[in-house]
Design a protein around this ligand. Structure first.
Ligand code: TTP
Ligand code: MG
Length: 360
């Protein structure tokens, strides 16, 4: 009989903002927004004090300025945040070798066999939180559960500085009242379709007829959603699968001004990235676009994709959208164009792994 697993999901609270507060304690307790002000800026993240005014990640800066005019703004220092992220990762190694970084401020830890059961993992989680606070001056929220999906849901339930345990028996009480958007794989489009058929909460997935669910999202998605709604998720914690990125950029001898030339450049970069993803058998969650104009203004814009992908068509579609909606060339042409992807995961993570061929 396979034993129950013990999985932790650790997610720092207001990560960039919390680091800035640590660096300058005068900012503590005040609304703080990380991002660039102005017409084309977006919010990277903000302190929980700013969230009380409705400010959120990815919100246009103009909206954030209106909601919270008294906030302090800082542009963000990626080098600093990446450094803290790396240091915190080494701290996890003191608890288990099975650590899977998911993003700059998130990781799954597998404590199966190290913690005897979920309750003893709670003590380990408390120790991790204490050490992150003491050694790095910021707070984290942790979810403890028998699998990755439930652990991730749990870490989000009592943010900031939360610690929530979801055992299998807690699934009806804790998971079922949550909105279906919490289910891994339910993006805005799927959610809209489900809402039309009266699926609103996770519990609705279990309660309403499976045939209705199948007719709405197809057989394989229906099976996937019902498993999650029952709190089941077999995905392993994959150690050594570093959260990396892939990118490529090109500087042009003469600035690109023609829309077709720019579109071709976007397509070429997308093709390059998707080839590299396929070569490494990875899919990406986030696309980054970098554009330097003839007058040396540099734009960097990112978009989270609906689903992780390695497909050129999806990457180029997102790149076109970012380019047309979030970049203002003004009178200039394009001097440099770069595309990158992050949030990488194994291409087959959500499928049944193939058996490796026997070595002769
Ligand atoms: P999150 O963990 O999503 O956000 P957070 O840590 O700021 O806040 P929370 O307490 O809700 O976890 O993302 C981690 C960092 O990634 C965040 O501090 C800034 C960056 N980020 C962006 O730059 N843009 C985005 O749209 C999001 C969601 C995050
Ligand atoms: Mg976070």
């Amino acid at each position: 009989m396979s034993r129950d697993r013990v999985i932790l999901h650790v997610d720092m609270d207001a990560f960039y903002a919390a680091i800035e507060v640590r660096e300058n304690p005068e900012l503590a307790g005040k609304p703080l927004i990380i991002g660039h002000r102005g017409r084309r800026g977006v919010v990277s993240t903000c302190s929980y004090e700013a969230r009380r005014f409705g400010v959120r990640s990815a919100m246009p800066s103009v909206t954030a300025e209106r909601l919270c005019p008294q906030a302090t703004w800082l542009p963000g220092r990626m080098d600093l945040y990446v450094g803290v992220s790396r240091q915190i990762r080494t701290l996890f190694d003191d608890f288990t070798p099975l650590v899977e970084p998911v993003s700059i401020d998130e990781a799954f830890l597998d404590l199966t066999g190290i913690a005897q059961h979920l309750e003893s993992a709670r003590q380990q989680a408390e120790e991790i939180k204490r050490r992150i606070r003491r050694e790095h001056g910021i707070t984290a929220s942790i979810g403890v559960a028998p699998n990755k999906f439930l652990a991730k849901v749990a870490s989000d339930l009592d943010k900031p500085d939360g610690l929530v345990l979801i055992a299998s028996v807690d699934v009806p009480r804790i998971l079922w009242p949550l909105p279906i958007e919490r289910l891994w794989g339910v993006g805005p489009k799927t959610a809209e379709r489900l809402h039309k058929r009266q699926f609103h909460s996770v519990g609705d997935i279990v309660r309403l007829p499976e045939s209705l669910l199948r007719s709405c999202v197809g057989a394989s998605m229906a099976t996937h959603l019902r498993a999650l709604a029952h709190g089941q998720d077999d995905r392993p914690v994959e150690a050594g699968h570093e959260a990396k990125s892939i990118s490529e950029e090109r500087t042009y001898a003469s600035d690109l001004t023609d829309a077709d030339d720019i579109d071709r450049a976007l397509l070429q970069r997308s093709e390059g990235i998707s080839q590299e993803l396929r070569k490494q058998k990875l899919v990406a969650r986030t696309l980054h676009l970098k554009v330097r104009t003839g007058d040396f203004t540099t734009w960097t814009r990112s978009q989270t994709l609906r689903e992780p992908t390695d497909m050129t068509e999806i990457l180029v579609q997102a790149a076109r959208q970012l380019f047309s909606q979030r970049i203002d060339l003004g009178e200039s042409g394009v001097r440099l164009l770069g595309l990158g992807v992050s949030g990488l995961e194994p291409a087959a993570a959500s499928q049944t792994p193939m058996q490796p061929a026997p070595v002769a």
